[in-house]
Design a protein around this ligand. Structure first.
Ligand SMILES: [Zn+2]
Length: 441
């Protein structure tokens, strides 16, 4: 045999070996999916990723299994041939649609299986399994509080029971949601503190809702009477001196004229601050931390009340309009500010229009806000008792003269502090609903 023939033979053997190694590769396809269990009420689309690094995927089958029964969902064959393999080599996305009612699936646990086979002559298979729980029944929900009168801008508390499968429950009011938490003294029950913000559209009423992991929803409209009321109005005269000082403090350098810059602060910064406050209020103690009436700044006179409608006037022209969502309380300059009630300092820092501000968490989503401070006397995370000095009043943020802007929030929404200053109102509207079983009516 000549050298050339030997070389030729070696090349041919090499090519044949290479071809056979490719066609008979032993790497199975890899099937991936997000982990389960997945809760399904009726229709559900589940995405799988199928990867094969060798000959590529030839076929994918999906089915559902339970107690030996099998429900076929999908079979797909992909283009390719036994010599070159699949035309799309590396990765594919497979959507498997499952319709529980159409398939006649009863409530219970199933396994969704996706199996992929590659183009190798050995027919390698890979699979993924995902636990599916079919749940077509909405959570059981019952409201335990009866007819309730709520003032526009005011607060209230509802008590209810909900079955264990509920994932989220609480009160829906238009776009707002107030989250429920376990009753502090009655393990089978839930409570939700909610507000009826002053800007709520007439006709929008609170509804108790519960949603389970499969998305089934139950709802009960609250039996409620909204007590409408008129809010005070005021005109704020804007001066160049005041606006220049506040724009310099809150924005710094700007190309806007002073009125435009001030109106931007009054609108955009106010909204940003409200969003920030909502985020801070999302984390609240599940235990009520407060006890009795909330303290008003001692020896203070009320400069502005809750939900006062304010028109901002500059050189005889109305340039802006806002609702004032707190109490302005003025005492002496740099007056010590007491914590209005027991709680935990949830926030202490600069906060836009509120200047140096503190938020105290009183539990169940109830917070107090203190704005325009000149100094701080507590730290974030510190537990405070009603009456502890937390800082001193000042003029930081959008404040003209030295005063405390005092706000109350329920579930991140501003409510009227007046009810919470009133020990009798708390004893009548809140305390009985939070009491241990023997004391409840
Ligand atoms: Zn204020």
């Amino acid at each position: 045999m000549s050298v050339l023939r030997v070389i030729g033979l070696v090349i041919i053997i090499g090519l044949v070996t290479g071809f056979l190694l490719y066609c008979m590769e032993g790497d199975p396809p890899v099937v991936n999916s997000l982990p389960g269990p997945v809760y399904v009420s009726d229709a559900h689309v589940h995405e799988f990723r199928v990867r094969d690094s060798g000959t590529g995927v030839e076929k994918v089958s999906a089915w559902l299994e339970a107690n030996g029964e099998r429900f076929d969902l999908k079979t797909e064959n992909y283009e390719g041939n036994f010599i070159t393999g699949a035309s799309i080599k590396f990765e594919r996305s497979i959507n498997v649609t499952l319709e529980a009612k159409t398939l006649g699936l009863g409530d219970g646990s199933y396994t969704l299986v996706v199996e992929a086979q590659d183009y190798s002559w050995r027919g390698n298979r890979g699979r993924a399994e995902v636990a599916i729980v079919v749940d077509s029944k909405p959570p059981q929900l019952s409201l335990l509080t009866g007819l309730t009168y709520v003032r526009r801008g005011g607060s209230e508390l509802a008590v209810y029971t909900v079955s264990e499968d509920a994932d989220t429950h609480g009160i829906q009011l238009g776009d707002l949601f107030f989250r429920g938490t376990p009753h502090p003294h009655q393990p089978q029950r839930q409570v939700v503190l909610y507000g009826y913000p002053p800007q709520t559209k007439v006709g929008i009423l609170p509804v108790l809702v519960a949603v389970d992991r499969a998305g089934n929803q139950s709802s009960i409209p609250l039996s409620i009477e909204i007590i409408e009321r008129a809010f005070p109005q005021d005109v704020i005269q804007l001066s160049d001196g005041f606006m220049n000082r506040k724009v310099a403090e809150l924005v710094g350098q700007t190309d806007d004229d002073v009125v435009t810059a001030y109106v931007k602060i009054n609108n955009d910064m106010r909204k940003e601050n409200a969003d920030r406050i909502r985020t801070i209020c999302e984390k609240s103690s599940e235990e009520p931390l407060w006890d009795g009436a909330f303290l008003q700044l001692p020896n203070s006179h009320v400069g502005a009340r809750f939900a006062e409608s304010r028109t901002y006037r500059y050189n005889g022209q109305d340039v802006d309009h806002q609702t004032h969502l707190g109490y302005d309380l003025a005492s002496t300059s740099n007056a010590p500010i007491p914590a209005a009630n027991d709680g935990v300092v949830a926030f202490i820092d600069r906060l836009g229009i509120y200047g140096n501000a503190i938020l105290i968490d009183h539990g169940l989503g109830l917070f107090t806000l203190y704005g325009h401070l000149s100094s701080f006397a507590v730290e974030k995370g510190q537990a405070v008792t009603r009456g502890d000095t937390i800082g001193t009043t000042g003029t930081t943020g959008l404040a003209g003269g030295d005063h405390l802007h005092y706000g109350m929030l329920v579930g991140g929404e501003f409510v009227d502090p007046l009810e919470w200053f009133d020990g009798r109102w708390i004893r009548e509207h809140i305390d009985p609903k939070l009491a241990p079983p023997s004391e409840s009516p």
